[in-house]
Design a protein around this ligand. Sequence first.
Ligand SMILES: [Fe+2]
Length: 345
Amino acid sequence: MIFRQLFDPVSSTYSYLLASRKGGEALIIDPVLERVDRYLQLIHELDLKLVKAVDTHLHADHITGLGALRDKTHCITVMGEQTKADVVSMRLCDNDKLTIEGLSLDVIYTPGHTDDSYSFVLPDRVFTGDTLLIRGTGRTDFQNGDPRAQFESIFGRLLKLPDSTLVFPAHDYKGDTVSTIGEERAFNPRLQVTSADEYADLMNNLKLSNPKMMDVAVPANMNVGMNQANVMRHGWALTAQQALSVVGLGDVALIDLRENAERQRNGTIPGSLHVPYPSLEESIGAGGMLHELASSTRKRLLFYCAFGERSAMAVQAAHDAGLPLAFHIEGGIDAWKKAEGPIGH
Ligand SMILES: [Fe+2]
C-alpha cells in the first residue's frame, strides 16, 4: 500500500493519501485547500489517479480541498450523509465501504465532535478525524457537537478495534503523528472516565475559544458543490421533470454512474446501463462501449448519478471525447425521486 501522511502547518491538519499500488487509483482524506498543489504534485510523482477526496466531517478550522481537487482531477467528493455541505458527489452511511481499486475501508459513523463525523478503518489502522485525537478528543461545543454521542462513538466503536490498530487523526497540535487504540485507552486523559455523564462534564467545561478560521471555513465548506454553469449553458442538463419525458425513448441510453452499494440502497432508474464513474473515461474513449453506442447507433447518452455531480462531469467528458449527444439529469436520482420518477431495484 502507498500511504502518505501530509501536514498543513497553518491549521495543524493531517491529510492522508492512500493507494494500493503505483499507477493505481488513490484517495485522499481531509485535504486542505492551500495544500492542493502539493497533493497534486505528489499524486503525479507517484503516478496515481485520484478518484476520491473525502472529508471526515465539515471542518471549522480550514477550508477543505475537496472542491479544488474535484475541479482539477474530476475525482468524486465524498462525505457522510449527514453533511450540511450543499453538494458532494457521494454520501456515505454507517457500515458502508469506502473503496478504490485494491483498497476497501470500513465506514463507521462516529458523531460527537460534529453530527457528520465519520471514521474510516483498514485492518491495521483507523482514520479518526477529530473524534479521537492523540491524547485528546475533538471539541463538542459547536456544529451540533454532543459529548454523549462522542463518548458512545469512542467507547462503543473506536475502542472496540484491536489495541494494535494505528490511530491517524485529522489534527495534532503537539507534533505527534500516530498512536494506537491501546495507547489511547491507557493514556488519553479524556478517556479516563467511567460514564458518558462524566465525559460530558469534562467536555462541557473546556472553555475553548472558537477556531480563528471558523467564520470563513464553515460557510466555505458548506459550498463545495461544482459550478455547473458550463453544462447548463450548453443545454446539457435536463431537469428530472424533463428527463421523465425522454427516458424510455428508443434513441436514449440511460447510464447510471454510481457504485453498486449506492444502487442497492437507493434503487435505479429502470432500463439504465451501469457504467461506474471511474470506468467512464475508458467507456467514452475510442472502442469503448459508450463511444460505440453514441457514434455507431447514434444514441443520446443520458447520464445520472446520486446528486448530479458525477453526471455533470461525465457530460463534459463525453463532449470533450467528441460525443455531442450527451446530457445528464440535474440533481441525480435524488431529484428524480422528488419528481416521482419510477424506481427499480
Ligand atoms: Fe473538526
